[in-house]
Design a protein around this ligand. Structure first.
Ligand code: SF4
Ligand code: SF4
Length: 365
């Protein structure tokens, strides 16, 4: 029977907030000596480009993986998918504290997925944990132990039902005990293991912590949640900056990520399925919060702001026009790429919440 290991990857926060760094370090320090876990640290997942060592490492992991990041799990999962790091959604028991409070009253039922789904998904699971869900490293360590046990059981069942010749490929990088003694996130020597793969050879690739943690430039691009996306193509019609395209199977994709205009989330407002996320955006619904969780918020904005609320489509058009003008092009208003079915669509809580955040920003409280 092949040796089972679970890869745990911690994606750092963008800045150097001491509280965030402290939590990251304490989680790594608690896990690093444990058998059966390969623990690695990479920079902020959303910013990692295709040539970054952290990306190469993530691509090298073939077994089950836990990713801890400062992103909503839905956003983190689909960022990975976009980067070709695919797997089945691993259900986590961690929930934001606010979600626990709401649980017993009027919590929205999760909608059944109706999207086109991901393609070429290998037989492994990816669990995404949001580091904002707790200030205590114990909470994350406990959940990782649970996932490790679940992953091991699944692995053993698979081995039992279809015995195969064990294969082990040593790849990637993880932090070693040397690193733990020297500040868990600043280790100087790494080695990594990933289970699975194909050719029976044992290959070892080592990256230094400096390579893995090289700070990437900040990026800004939309991420599609294919569990919700129905391939309606409204986003490709709306975006006038060539960000979207279609693949060989006529599926929508974010083709030219870095063509997107920094800070602008316009197309997320016109997607009828709330399938477009900007993981670093300020409002949770656009950043990838669970759709049902946002829907359960009851905020009467018209009472808060005297009914002077912009609709989501109007806001999206305004944002798009601003970027066109910044590019030296003409504003187009409602004359181009406006999804017809949006015209009569009632505005959901996503847009209300976003407007609330904008309004609060404007008040500079
Ligand atoms: S608008 Fe939304 S649902 Fe339609 S193709 Fe784009 S991402 Fe998918
Ligand atoms: S935010 Fe604007 S530029 Fe970026 S993909 Fe959407 S419509 Fe295009």
């Amino acid at each position: 029977m092949s040796r089972h290991r679970l890869t745990v990857v911690l994606s750092q926060s963008q800045g150097k907030n001491p509280a965030k760094r402290g939590l990251e370090e304490s989680i790594v320090a608690a896990l690093i000596m444990e058998g059966g876990l390969d623990v690695s640290v990479v920079p902020h997942l959303y910013d990692i480009g295709p040539d970054h060592t952290g990306r190469l490492f993530l691509e090298s992991v073939t077994g089950d993986m836990v990713l801890l990041s400062w992103l909503f799990p839905r956003a983190a999962f689909w960022v990975l998918d976009r980067d070709g790091i695919k797997g089945h959604w691993g259900e986590t028991l961690l929930k934001p504290a606010a979600a626990d409070d709401d649980e017993d009253e009027d919590a929205a039922e999760p909608e059944p997925p109706k999207g086109i789904g991901a393609v070429n998904v290998p037989e492994r699971h990816i669990y995404c944990l949001d580091l904002r869900d707790s200030n205590s490293h114990d909470v994350f360590v406990e959940e990782i132990h649970r996932i490790a046990a679940e992953s091991k059981t699944r692995h053993e069942q698979k081995q039992h039902s279809a015995p195969v010749k064990p294969m082990l490929v040593e790849l990637g990088t993880n932090l070693t005990a040397h690193a733990a003694g020297n500040g868990a996130l600043n280790g100087t020597h790494n080695g990594a293991v990933a289970d699975g793969a194909s050719n029976g050879h044992v290959t070892e690739v080592k990256f230094t912590a400096d390579q893995l943690l090289q700070p990437p430039n900040r990026r800004w691009y939309p991420v599609i949640d294919y569990s919700r996306c129905t391939n309606c193509m409204e986003c490709i019609d709306f975006c006038l900056f060539g960000v979207y395209g279609v693949d060989g199977q006529d599926r929508i994709l974010v083709e030219n990520q870095d063509n997107c205009k920094k800070g602008c989330p316009a197309c997320s407002r016109v997607c009828p399925e709330q399938a477009i996320m900007f993981p670093d955006y300020k409002t949770p619904a656009i950043a990838g919060a669970p759709v049902g969780a946002i829907g359960s918020l009851k905020i009467d904005l018209s009472r808060l702001f005297g009914g002077d609320l912009k609709d989501a489509l109007g806001q999206a058009v305004e944002e798009r026009d601003r970027e066109l003008v910044n590019d030296g092009r003409d504003a187009v208003g409602m004359s181009v790429g406006i999804p017809k079915r949006q015209a009569d669509k009632p505005q959901g809580p996503k847009d209300d919440l976003d407007t609330l955040m904008d309004a609060l920003d404007g008040l500079e409280l």
